[in-house]
Design a protein around this ligand. Sequence first.
Ligand code: ASP
Length: 511
Amino acid sequence: MPGTGVEPARSFTSTATSTRRVCQFRHPGRYGAGQYSKSCLHQHPVGRRNRYFSRPVSSTPPPNRPSDPARPIVCKFGGTSLAGADQMRKVRDIVVADPKRRIVVPSAPGKRTPDDRKITDLLYLCHDAAEQGLSFNEAFGVIAERFGELVAELDLSLDIDPLLEEARLGIVAAAQAGRGPDYAASRGEALNGRVLAALLDCPCLDAADVIRFDAAGRLDAEVTHDALTSALKGVDRAVIPGFYGSDIDGHIRTFSRGGSDVTGAVVARAVNASVYENWTDVSGLLTTDPRIVDNPAVIDSLTYRELRELSYSGATVLHAEAVFPVRAAGIPVNIRNTNAPDHPGTRIVSSKNAAPTAYPITGIAGRKDFTVINIEKDLMNEAVGYVERVLAVFSRAGVSVEHVPSGIDTLSVVVADAQVEGKLQALLDELSRTIEPDAIDVDPDLALIATVGRNMKTQPGMSATLFGALAKAGVNIRMIDQGSGELNIIVGVNAKDYETAVRAIYAAFIG
Ligand code: ASP
């Protein structure tokens, strides 16, 4: 749940640390400390290369896929769904309740309580120690104990000790060979896959054999598709551990943190699943941040695009890279709650399959910690290439730009604070030198709020309601930006007004 440190996904973050609009993939802290986001959310049009997909992802599903009603369901279970024996039993009940749930993708065991340790975090610690030639017995001992307990409490005949020993030796070997933390990090899923398969009494495929990365560490979608198709032939039900695969040298590679979502999506696409179920510990995506609005409604369905807009603005749902494979194949994603399996959760679908929404908007998300750099220059509108030169300064400084609202002779550049930390003055000096503005000033403490909804396009009065609600709440709007797809309206407000503004918008549209 948000704020409890139990499971970071399917909720909203309130800080500006999670995502940015211009392509810049961010790996969240390896140890899951502080705010955690699975997202990078740069726009990767279908058919283009992205972080993990080395070959173009075409918009038409590959041929030779079964299209009969018996298409399987792929279900991925997150760390809290598999944190202990009781949770594992719930997972078993969910899986066996529907024979179509044929492919099960587990994460590593997560936290049982907010103070607990995630197995993956401990594994990264093991690697760090091994890399320095230090003992990692303590951290590994905790891992071994957790798995030992799981097997014993579930009364499984699985002999976990040799698997643990193999993992321990592998961590040493990978560290000594200078191969980075991927092998160590992957062992949580690898071991948990074995436990879950024993519980479900089905085979566990080694993800190293079926999830394949190219030499550059990007997923090779075609090789993976072929490997999965042949490995799953004639198999009724199988477990495929999430988060990792192997590269062309046979070395283990992982996705970025939270990457079991990506495995689930890749597998769903490869087997042409009827739905990709993503099981977690909340009943779907909420219409807004529950730390700001009490008990916000659950979004029953939203489109892939709406999800991207909401995620960009702070809602953490799926790992950003998980959307691409399923969207390309038109496979719906269903976010479900392992602790409330009867709740229908949230469905993420393509726009043509989107059902009417219960409210005029789909959701509200936002982030604080933005800075606006305002530039004034007489006759800016007539100066050819001026905007390009301004943005080139930001690009040279490695600063990712969020929004560029403009007037006739004015241009504002909105950036996340983290982007300009320690380099704002140098950036301003460079701007003054290169583009010779009449005036330039900096406005800190901006919060951005995105009101997202596929229905906004066709309904008159949406912005009137939005701006009216903010005016009534006494919130001054500092910036307005409406995306070209009319899927959202983004407003910039003073950071101190952020919560008031979100509550006002929620009350106006949702209740
Ligand atoms: N266990 C990995 C992590 O903690 C991957 C996942 O859970 O999806 O990031």
